[in-house]
Write a protein that binds this ligand. Structure first.
Ligand SMILES: [Zn+2]
Length: 320
């Protein structure tokens, strides 16, 4: 058993896309106000602009900072709205990731869940996309590589939307195995099986597209049959999770029919893989999830599984 730490930054609430936008501050409040008992919640320092540069162009970073400073509320792409607090929120989110990286590498903690927003996995090198400004998990993986010399990182992305930004960041990099389960077809339109990486990264990008209507059984079977063997063969030194929960049956931005039990199962398997190959080390990051009651229950199950269940208590109804 290893107690996972939840890390956040209160500036993450300052990004305000406006009334009616699904990616709203209340998401984070809901998660933080309903954490399972006994799991510590910490607040990190904010990141720096230099941290963002691990996965983004400098001019782009400056443009987001300057737009936020200008005090405007403006669309930066058809889905993404920048507000005066967006810059501070992004630095808070990446600051939580930096805390996770530093403390997991040092051995201070084994498992961290970064409860932050805005999400990140659609953000590209020099543009926003799909509610995302900066790719927090990609920045974290680059920190692990370049500051700490970690040579094999597995990123598992089970948000219902494909993580185009993460895939592109590491598409030619054998040092990151990117494994995505996502609904296809769906925004952003990437994530075909044929996208397998290029050059040195060829074979280190695994897309597992699942049809609309997919259930816990479908996702868990795909995870067990395809994701697990790939991760086991790769033997990652650390496992990162882009933990989006918008495939829940009650969510409206995707068409999967998953429940919290499915996310619990996948988390349990991640923990088993990490215990076997990665000294138990897991850094998880909140990505999507917009229906607050289901988001709360999914995050709760995720954290309980990161903590580890007692032997004999480990079988859910959907265990294969
Ligand atoms: Zn999503």
């Amino acid at each position: 058993m290893s107690i996972p730490v939840v890390v956040t930054h209160y500036d993450c609430r300052r990004h305000r896309p406006g009334i009616g936008h699904p990616e709203r501050p209340e998401r984070l409040s809901a998660v933080l106000n309903h954490l399972p008992s006994g799991i510590p919640l910490l607040t990190s320092e904010p990141a720096s602009a230099e941290d963002l540069a691990y996965a983004h162009q400098k001019q782009y970073i400056d443009s987001i900072r300057d737009l936020s400073a200008a005090g405007v509320v403006t669309y930066t792409d058809p889905d993404t709205v920048l507000s005066p607090g967006t810059w501070r929120a992004a630095l808070g989110a990446v600051g939580a990731m930096r805390w996770a990286v530093e403390n997991v590498v040092s051995g201070q903690t084994q498992r961290v869940f970064c409860a932050v927003r805005p999400p990140g996995h659609h953000a590209e090198w020099a543009n926003t996309k799909g509610f995302c400004f900066f790719n927090t998990i990609a920045i974290g993986a680059r920190m692990l590589q370049r500051r700490y010399g970690v040579r094999r990182i597995a990123i598992i992305d089970w948000d219902a939307h494909h993580g185009n930004g993460t895939q592109n960041t590491f598409y030619d990099d054998a040092g990151v195995l990117y494994v995505s389960l996502h609904q296809y077809p769906l925004f952003p339109g990437t994530g075909r099986r044929s996208e397998r990486g290029k050059d040195a990264g060829a074979g280190y990008n695994l897309n597992i597209p699942l049809a609309p209507g997919s259930t816990d059984h479908d996702a868990c079977q795909a995870f067990r049959d395809e994701a697990e063997p790939a991760i086991a063969a790769y033997r990652p030194e650390i496992i990162m999770v882009s933990a989006g929960f918008d495939g829940h049956v009650d969510e409206r931005l995707a068409g999967w029919m998953m429940t919290a039990s499915g996310y619990a199962y996948m988390t349990r398997r991640v923990v088993a893989l990490a215990d076997r190959y990665s000294d138990g080390r897991v850094i998880s990051l909140l990505e999507g999830g917009y229906h607050l009651p289901s988001l709360i229950s999914c995050v709760n199950e995720h954290l309980r599984e990161l903590r580890g269940r007692k032997p004999g208590n480990a079988t859910l109804a959907n265990e294969h």
